[in-house]
Design a protein around this ligand. Sequence first.
Ligand SMILES: Cc1cc2nc3c(=O)[nH]c(=O)nc-3n(C[C@H](O)[C@H](O)[C@H](O)COP(=O)(O)OP(=O)(O)OC[C@H]3O[C@@H](n4cnc5c(N)ncnc54)[C@H](O)[C@@H]3O)c2cc1C
Length: 414
Amino acid sequence: MYQDYFWMASFLFSEREKNRRVSVNYLIIGNGVAGIEAALAIRETDRSASVRVISRSAHPFYYRPRLVDFIKEDLGVRMLYAHQDEFWAEEGIEVVQGIEAVKVHAHSRKVDCIDGSEFSFDRMLIAVGADPNIPPFDNSSMEGVFSLRGISSAERLRGYCKGKRDIVIAGAGLLGIEIAHALSASCGRITVIDVEPYLLPRQLDRDGAECLRGILESRGLRFMFGDTVSGVEGSGRVERVLLKSGSVIPADALIVSAGVHARTELALNSGISVNNGILVDNTMRTSMSNVYAAGDCAEHGGVCYGLWTIAKEQGRIAGLNMAGVKSEYSGSVPSASLKVTGVDVFSAGNFSADGGTVLTRSGEGTYARIVFDGNRADGAVVVGDSAIVKEARKSMAGKIGLGEMRKIMEGERK
Ligand SMILES: Cc1cc2nc3c(=O)[nH]c(=O)nc-3n(C[C@H](O)[C@H](O)[C@H](O)COP(=O)(O)OP(=O)(O)OC[C@H]3O[C@@H](n4cnc5c(N)ncnc54)[C@H](O)[C@@H]3O)c2cc1C
């Protein structure tokens, strides 16, 4: 009897020891939303695992989209941080800042860093984000040329541009417009240039774009379409922006906001398959066993999304799969919500389709177009009408059918 008891106790002890010893070692490269969401999903699933996040950034996880408020409102850096310092210790997540990973070794399961340090892993996530595109133009490295991606670029841009008279922004995408609006509070004239024929062609149809342009121009922004920057000139710093058309714009600074491209160097150095981004399957796994990728650096189904909520979702799915909880990502229908100078802009799905039933509505500073395929909304564009944005969201989620939406658009139902 005592012998049985002794045997059982030692069996349980050795099982516990074994479990402790097989505690999985997770390594995450990048402390943006994708990496952090993965770390939290792993921790939620596996309380005993070692979860370590290493990042090139000197800052803890912060809300990157809030950089626009940061340049506008003179916010302190800490206002951007998502959590208090204690949060990471409480979650049992080790965060190592200021370290850049350069190569992943598949067989030895190690990562080399630029400073010579090494980190081992059982399962690993690459969540290294994206870099801004800088199309080639003359004197592109001259003082006064900026792009915005992280805290340090935001600090430089804010410090330099504050109080300047003329700012040119190359790129009238969502971010370009947000930056223009943010700087309009502290700078003189802001001119936004884009090669496209109208504002936000990926998010808006032409009528929606004209409506938004009218509102933004009435608030002091200036737009030039169908043109691009060919160079900047000045004695040592930007004084003029030259356009392909031959136009010359006096400018104290040029901010380039021409989209982003996935950071793929780490994957390429390590022999992981890459196209425009790091290629992943539905579980967010790369071509290297035990290595996953998520967020702006990842390419799923031929798409690199470059959006916060999608990076967050991909990070969570990667983390769950890394921790052994099967979870699939089946792609996203990007929707964009933008608030510029208080203007609501919503865009989702296949809004330019002509085949289905198209409901439209426009008024003073407002515009809406919702495309139905049968009884289900397939795409929507709404400008300047917060009430219709709410209804359009519901219709895109399948909660409002064609008949009801028609009444709403005709103003019969509030
Ligand atoms: C100003 C601004 C405003 C935005 N506004 C919106 C918005 O309104 N809505 C929206 O949907 N999206 C917006 N975005 C995009 C959104 O912020 C990104 O899609 C999101 O942050 C991507 O998250 P991520 O974790 O994939 O990458 P990131 O946030 O870029 O994080 C990647 C991290 O990896 C680190 N890293 C990179 N290389 C290495 C390496 N080799 N070794 C170690 N660490 C490395 C970086 O330092 C960084 O901390 C905005 C972006 C910017 C810049």
